[in-house]
Design a protein around this ligand. Structure first.
Ligand SMILES: *Cc1c(COP(=O)(O)O)cnc(C)c1O
Length: 399
């Protein structure tokens, strides 16, 4: 048996290898609130193009005020899981409000979307059942599916004919219940799943359809309900998981929205719900305010749409290669990993904060800068950001 010292030196060795391969992740420290501009250590203020703060609600004054109010009236923490003494009136209200917003019968809160996915599949499906999953689904979906005893089938990303083949395969192997599960929006490409076609196919096979709409809830679709609204299958998706940590205020928390009996079963059996603490009243109170804002009008998601459209048009006109689409995730393709890193560093010097993504997060040779727009970005922010892209792009001979 190896010694404890050997264990630690093996960890150090692996960390060196990660670093030498250029794959180390470094965390930049922000000394301000999250916003369209943030200040970094040393005081430098930069335009932020890499937050999931799609609607600018992370530091919205009304949301902060609602958080204070909840803190004062309901306290900081509940020191309990839900079924012992961790459910306040506002927790139930938020579940009901989320269900209405998303067009489902009920909803259940989790500590995160990661937990929502982690506690979904194992609870609902057994060894006689099948899960058919898009190959690019989020890590939390993959892990959640691994925990279940259902048979697993993967279809090629966004490939409806391969989905049909996998459904046929699952049916021919005698699956009792089949669940097709996909990200609503895929985070690296901004691809919006074709839920209309997927729904029809599921109907043909009698399969359930579930989506993780973390990159959509609050702004995708005409009234921001999500991918199901965008693809005109609102009310026709069986399961919607999502996060409170992106557009809906950006703190933390997640949910699963579905029919009554499904949510009821999750409350009985879902392990991250039963064995993990309830959401802080602060988050619950603030998210209720977020829903008030989003249901009152569509101004924020409309502004986001205009910003997205403007940035996408201008960046393409400037000569950059961009994955086409309409989502505020704008993948600016650089291809070479080292060059993408270099480009991001140069942009930061020019006052624009973006992150470069390379293998293994995206396929080899597809390194990119993932720009994420926010309703908070002003015309001036976008003008400056685009000027910085053009300057750095010219310097590095990308355009
Ligand atoms: C961000 C994200 C998650 C994780 O959300 P948390 O609430 O932070 O755990 C899960 N699924 C998808 C598709 C995401 O984009």
């Amino acid at each position: 048996m190896a010694s404890k010292d050997q264990f630690y030196s093996s960890l150090s060795q692996q960390l060196r290898e990660i670093d030498e391969a250029g794959l180390s992740k470094h965390e930049r420290v922000i000394n301000s609130r999250q916003g369209s501009r943030v200040s970094l250590t040393g005081g430098k203020e930069v335009i932020n193009l890499c937050a999931n703060n799609y609607l600018g609600l992370s530091s919205h004054p009304d949301v902060i005020a609602a958080a204070h109010l909840a803190l004062d009236s309901r306290g900081y923490g509940l020191s309990s899981v839900r079924f012992i003494c961790g459910t306040q009136d506002i927790h139930r209200t938020l579940e009901e409000r989320l269900a209405i917003f998303l067009g489902t019968e009920d909803a259940i809160l989790y500590g995160s979307a990661f937990d929502a996915n982690g506690g979904l599949f194992e609870t609902l499906l057994g060894p006689d059942d099948a899960i058919v999953s898009d190959e690019l689904n989020h890590a939390s979906i993959i892990d959640g599916i691994r925990l279940s005893k259902a048979k697993r089938y993967r279809y090629r990303h966004d490939d409806i004919s391969d989905l049909r083949r996998q459904l046929e395969h699952a049916a021919s192997e005698g699956a009792k219940h089949i669940l097709v599960f996909t990200d609503g929006v895929f985070s690296m490409d901004g691809t919006i799943a074709r839920l209309d076609s997927i729904r029809s196919l599921c109907d043909e096979f009698g399969a359930l359809l579930g989506i993780d709409d973390s990159h959509a809830t609050g702004f995708v679709g005409k009234t921001g309900r999500g991918t199901h609204e965008f693809r005109e299958v609102f009310g026709k998706v069986d399961i919607i998981t999502g996060t409170l940590g992106k557009a809906l205020g950006g703190a933390s928390g997640g949910f699963t929205a579905a029919r009554h009996e499904m949510v009821a079963m999750l409350r009985q059996r879902s392990r991250p719900y039963l064995f993990s603490n309830t959401l802080s009243p602060v988050i619950v109170g603030a998210t209720l305010k977020v829903l008030d804002l989003l249901e009152a009008d569509t101004r924020l998601r409309d502004t986001l749409e205009q910003n997205t459209c403007h940035f996408r048009t201008e960046i393409v006109t400037s000569g950059f290669e961009v994955k086409p689409g309409t989502h505020p995730i704008v993948p600016v393709m650089i291809h070479d990993a080292a060059r993408a890193q270099h480009f991001a560093r140069r942009l930061l010097e020019l006052g624009v904060y973006v992150t470069a993504f390379s293998y293994p997060v995206v396929p080899q040779g597809q390194a990119r800068i993932r720009v994420q727009l926010s309703a908070l970005h002003t015309a001036d922010d976008l003008r400056r950001a685009l000027a910085a892209f053009r300057q750095a792009g010219t310097e590095l001979k990308i355009v």
